[in-house]
Write a protein that binds this ligand. Structure first.
Ligand code: G1P
Length: 293
């Protein structure tokens, strides 16, 4: 069995849910406290033992490449001023094992993943979507790699969702259990109406895939919105190479959504050493005020 060494992070989306902030800025650079959301995802991949990362970018995403590259002027300036801690922080985000490819047209998540075919070659790989920040002692990506090493199967990460939000997720039609938190998959359905959802197991942004997915994506017809959906390709892959739905029970922040982004900033702000104390006081005072209303 080949080792899982490669990760693909699609980051070509237009970020329309955050306009006007994303008119001239990559949504992946929007910070949670002081760290761009995509950095959490890159760190999760590296902590999981991933050696090479491909970020699928597009027009207007240059800041992502700059962020993970050295900034010599800034480094020299911080060094001269003796700001060693900050220098360390800045240097720690220079990550040379990240590669980039551009998706020319906004043709969907499936098409974005297809751009990774030459990078991935003939190896199993993980996909991490930047909209999901999921801090956990054992990173979710590592959990999927462990499942692959134990069962030799690809997987999709899932969580229990409120059924009324089914139309925001890929939903699993379960075909039985393999082990605790490991569900066999009958079908994957992209964003069904809540009344048509076969379960409340929704796909979140981590996938462990095998390279057969690329031929399927090449043949995949776009949907009504002219996008190639990854979920539709997974439905096809599952017929010949059954996937596992891994049920994740840790924390998740949907930073691709205004509300989720605000929640992430509050909770991370309550933990960050420079803001924790002030934020705590502020939240308690605010809660008391809101209760009095
Ligand atoms: C994508 C997938 C969907 C999945 C979701 C997880 O949708 O198409 O199946 O449940 O990510 O975040 P998007 O959120 O990009 O519309």
């Amino acid at each position: 069995m080949k080792k899982v060494r490669k990760a693909v992070i699609p980051a070509a989306g237009l970020g329309t849910r955050f306009l006007p902030a994303t008119k001239a800025m990559a949504k992946e650079m929007m910070p949670v406290v002081d760290t761009p959301s995509i950095q959490y995802v890159v760190e999760e991949a590296i902590k999981s033992g991933i050696e090479e990362i491909l970020i699928v970018t597009g027009k207007g995403k240059n800041a992502i490449e700059d962020h993970f590259d050295a900034n010599i002027t800034l480094e020299n300036n911080l060094r001269e001023k003796g700001k060693d801690k900050l220098l360390q922080t800045v240097v720690s985000t220079n990550i040379p094992q990240i590669h980039y490819v551009r998706q020319a047209y906004p043709s969907g998540l499936g098409d974005a993943i297809l751009q990774a075919a030459p990078f991935v070659g003939d190896e199993p790989f993980v996909v991490l979507l930047g909209d999901d920040v999921m801090p956990n002692e054992v990173p979710l990506t590592k959990q999927l790699i462990d499942v692959y090493e134990q069962y030799g199967k690809g997987s999709v990460a899932t969580i229990r969702i409120p059924k009324e939000s089914a139309n925001r997720y890929g939903i699993i039609d379960v075909d039985g259990e393999l082990a605790e938190n490991l569900h066999l998959i009958k079908h994957l359905v992209e964003k069904p109406m809540p009344q048509d959802a076969p379960s409340n197991l929704g796909v979140v942004g981590r996938y462990l895939l095998t390279p057969e997915i690329f031929d399927i994506l090449r043949r995949q017809e776009p949907d009504a919105g002219n996008e190639v959906q990854l979920t539709d390709a997974l439905e096809t892959l599952n017929q010949t190479a059954p996937l596992i739905a891994y049920e994740y029970t840790g924390k998740r922040y949907d930073v691709g959504d205004k509300y989720g982004m605000l929640v992430a900033n509050i909770e991370f702000g309550l933990e960050h050493k420079e803001t924790a104390e002030k934020m705590n006081h502020f939240i308690i005072e605010l809660a008391n005020k809101l209760k009095e209303k």
